[in-house]
Unconditional design. Structure first.
Length: 201
């Protein structure tokens, strides 16, 4: 299944998708970043995947940026759009255009800790569990239907860095698995719900 992956940073989840692409029936047509310094672009280039940079600072409005982003995505005619650490809030028009074919990974057990700094916030809230969620993207920030989650225990001596490291290890296992469900046609957004093999998740 043809995919476009959107990134803003190091691209470690992108790397896990590249490494597992053959096993999960995924063909990454392009990697697009809003930051030209994103290390994930180098990961893509090393795998001979085309890259594009769209600097959001060059656009006066969020709508203008999203319109340009959509134009570039559409050139590749992807069947799935994967947000792998893409740190932009997308407009409702953009998310509606691709509803049901756009997946995001978020480092918390949603609906807890939407947005940024999730690991420190989990520690500050004295959570005993933390983790990662994969969800369909909708207009609500980190609020689309949850597909799957993976959990880790928050240890007494954890800081944000140590906790993030363990969560990231779970991300690298969970994201390819969920993407594979989608490429197999098993995972579908129906009636506002994520469904796997016809069952609401």
């Amino acid at each position: 299944m043809k995919a476009v992956v959107l990134i803003s940073g190091s691209g470690s989840n992108l790397q896990s998708l590249i490494d597992n692409a053959n096993d999960i029936d995924l063909e990454i047509e392009a990697v697009i970043s809003n930051k030209e310094t994103a290390y994930g672009l180098q990961r893509a280039q090393q795998a001979n995947i085309p890259t594009q940079v769209i600097d959001h600072k060059q656009f006066s409005t969020r709508e203008d940026f999203d319109q340009k982003l959509g134009q570039i995505i559409d050139q590749y005619k992807p069947e799935i759009i994967i947000l792998a650490g893409f740190m932009r809030i997308l407009t409702s028009e953009f998310t509606q255009k691709y509803v049901g074919k756009m997946l995001n990974i978020h480092p918390s057990l949603l609906p807890k800790f939407q947005g940024l700094n999730t690991h420190q916030r989990a520690i500050d809230a004295k959570e005993i569990e933390h983790g990662v969620s994969v969800h369909f993207v909708t207009a609500e920030l980190d609020g689309g239907p949850i597909i799957a989650q993976s959990r880790v225990n928050v240890l007494a001596n954890d800081d944000a860095t140590s906790l993030a490291k363990r969560v990231l290890a779970e991300e690298h296992k969970l994201f390819p698995e969920v993407v594979h469900w989608f490429t197999q046609g098993r995972l579908v957004l129906e009636g506002g719900h994520a469904t796997l093999d016809g069952r609401i998740l």
